[in-house]
Design a protein around this ligand. Structure first.
Ligand SMILES: [Zn+2]
Length: 287
């Protein structure tokens, strides 16, 4: 269950109060109060703030870390090779939401698909077979056809799981997370969910400029990451799904900016990176 910022603060304060009360009450029931008050102060001054006590939660992530899921859509595509180079340079895991058709559109795309499929740093997931032929409104009008398209992609890409992202829409259907950016797509999204698909949208997108290069720079994106966590805007508290597209990684500036973005996130030591199959509760069986 997602906690609000206020709830999280209350929890932290409460835990600190328990620590203080426990230590002081033990010491004040002893016979030599003066000595033991000094001991209390000593113990308290040595205690780290509760929030910084290393603790492992159910996703095996220390509580002082935030989790980022780097995801890249529409591959195999122009830029896929550059994406793989960056991932290996930074030794970082990511997820590629693939378009089934793109895996066989050309010899180069077939080769890139093979590289993506067998790359240990990358997880591949379903982004439909035909990407709605970029006619999204028509596509989502027919829920059965949408389901069929995702099934065809699953088979043709030989995907082991049912993690998926809808083309042209930021839709979530995962346990209690139910978000639809454009309401006319709701029925199709519900149909995918009923068929067992776990639909993952995104919390933050690095969009392109009109030349299909990454817009802005890594500093701006880093500020957006901080802002989302600070304002508790991520769908699941402490977990951020980041989206951009392979095809924006064809020019030197875009490649460099994405590389710097990842480098700065890593060096801040505040984040860990996971493939999308590690997203909280994604592997629970849906009813
Ligand atoms: Zn797409």
């Amino acid at each position: 269950m997602k906690k609000t910022f206020a709830e999280k603060s209350v929890c932290k304060t409460f835990l600190r109060m328990i620590t203080v009360v426990t230590v002081t009450s033990t010491l004040f029931t002893g016979c030599n109060q003066k000595i033991e008050v000094k001991e209390t102060e000593k113990i308290l001054s040595n205690l780290p703030p509760t929030a910084k006590v290393p603790r492992i939660d159910d996703e095996n992530v220390p509580t002082d870390k935030r989790v980022i899921y780097l995801t890249f859509d529409d591959g195999p595509n122009r830029g896929t090779e550059n994406l793989l180079k960056i991932l290996h340079k930074r030794n970082i895991t990511a997820t590629a939401f693939l378009v089934g058709k793109h895996a066989s559109d050309s010899k180069k795309q077939k080769e890139d698909f093979e590289k993506m499929r067998t790359d240990g740093l990358l997880e591949i997931a379903n982004h439909s077979y035909a990407h709605a032929h970029n006619k999204y409104s028509d596509f989502y009008k027919n829920p059965e056809a949408v389901l069929k398209d995702f099934d065809v992609a699953k088979d043709s890409l030989k995907l082991p799981g049912k993690i998926a992202r809808t083309p042209g829409r930021n839709i979530w259907r995962l346990n209690n997370i139910n978000v639809t950016d454009i309401k006319s797509s709701s029925e199709a999204a519900d149909r995918l969910k009923t068929a067992g698909y776990k639909i993952i949208g995104w919390d933050l997108e690095w969009k392109p400029n009109n030349k299909m290069q990454l817009k802005g720079n890594h500093q701006e994106m880093l500020k957006k990451v901080d802002s989302i966590f600070f304002n508790d805007l991520e769908k699941t508290s402490r977990h951020l799904v980041f989206l951009t597209h392979d095809q924006y990684l064809t020019d030197a500036d875009s490649i460099n900016e994405l590389d710097l973005f990842i480098e700065k996130l890593q060096k801040s030591n505040r984040f860990v990176f996971r493939k999308i199959s590690a997203y909280p509760k994604i592997n629970e069986v849906l009813n």
